[in-house]
Design a protein around this ligand. Structure first.
Ligand code: C2E
Ligand code: CA
Ligand code: CA
Ligand code: CA
Length: 279
């Protein structure tokens, strides 16, 4: 009984209390934000390493909080996953991204594709495939123009279910890409099992390329593995010419990073694409 009392006591320590109320406050704020359209998608181009052309844009979520300013996704997405608001939020992201990409395609960028990040919570919800179908039908975006980015850990959560969902998405014509590749399980077995079309080499390897050593070895191995499986490779976090050249020489297809462009609001992204097109 005394132990119980102590234990119960400890959860009321002030610091834990304030952490708890902070989280509850964020839950309320997230709900408000969803209803009041405080979320905005930024877009970051993926560039073809051979031609330099922008082939795709990745949608990256931002929360424009009235008091706290722009809140990055790493801060609020874990909470949105925990309290379930990632479900409506994720659907909003998917629909906004499809709508925007289709608008750009109609403005002359007819081959542009868009990549949307997915949480495990979204992928495993019962009606996810129908949600994707509806987003495509309502916005007019062809399935071939949509790419979904999933992490390895998301796919590992339940391999059988993931395989079934991924096969349905693939049948729709949507393409699938493994995000942050190299940081998780990175097993050959699951890459063969899931119908993925591309791998995104995690930025931590790209960042350390110049130092040689392990990062360089892993990056090289990932690119060789992808090639042997005929997968498209995308390098994330490319910030300088050394990295771009290294990747290009090893057959990496696309790159994304501050060297080319930062994630930016839709209007700025359109301006950038128009400027590029003029060359
Ligand atoms: P991610 O999908 O791996 O996205 C790449 C992150 O690297 C982005 O951070 C991007 O802004 C940043 N980045 C891009 N180029 C460079 C570079 O050259 N150098 C450096 N240092 N960073 C670069 P961001 O936008 O803060 O997003 C963080 C993570 O949040 C994303 O990682 C993704 O996992 C998640 N996320 C973003 N939007 C969504 C979304 O709509 N839904 C879900 N479920 N997750 C999202
Ligand atoms: Ca991503
Ligand atoms: Ca990534
Ligand atoms: Ca990441």
């Amino acid at each position: 009984a005394k132990d119980d009392l102590l234990r119960r006591h400890s959860i009321f320590e002030p610091v834990i209390m304030s952490r708890h109320s902070e989280l509850l406050q964020m839950d309320r704020d997230l709900e408000w934000a969803l209803e009041h359209d405080e979320f905005e998608l930024y877009y970051q181009p993926k560039v073809d390493l051979v031609t330099g052309a922008i082939v795709s844009v990745e949608a990256l979520l931002r929360w424009n909080h009235p008091d706290q300013g722009m809140i990055p996704p790493n801060v609020f997405i874990p909470r949105a996953e925990a309290n379930g608001s990632i479900i409506p939020l994720g659907e909003q992201v998917l629909r906004k991204a499809c709508l925007q990409c289709q608008a750009w395609r109609e403005q002359g960028f007819e081959d542009l594709t868009v990549a949307v990040n997915l949480s495990a919570v979204q992928l495993y919800q019962a009606n996810f495939v129908e949600q994707v179908e509806r987003a495509l039908a309502d916005t007019g975006l062809p399935a071939e123009a949509l790419e979904l980015e999933l992490t390895e850990s998301c796919l590992m959560e339940d391999m059988d279910v993931a395989e079934r969902i991924l096969r349905s998405l693939c049948t729709l014509g949507v393409s699938l890409s493994v995000d942050d590749f190299g940081t998780g399980y990175s097993s050959l077995a699951y890459l063969r099992r899931f119908p993925v079309s591309s791998l995104k080499l995690d930025q931590r390897f790209v960042k350390e390329l110049e130092m040689g050593g392990e990062a360089e070895l892993i990056a090289g191995a990932v690119l060789a593995l992808a090639r042997s499986l005929s997968l498209i490779t995308v390098a994330e976090g490319v910030e300088n010419h050394y990295q771009a050249k290294w990747l290009h020489e090893r057959g990496c297809h696309q790159a994304q990073g501050y060297l080319y462009a930062r994630p930016m609001p839709a209007s700025a992204c359109l301006t950038l694409m128009q400027k590029r097109e003029a060359f």
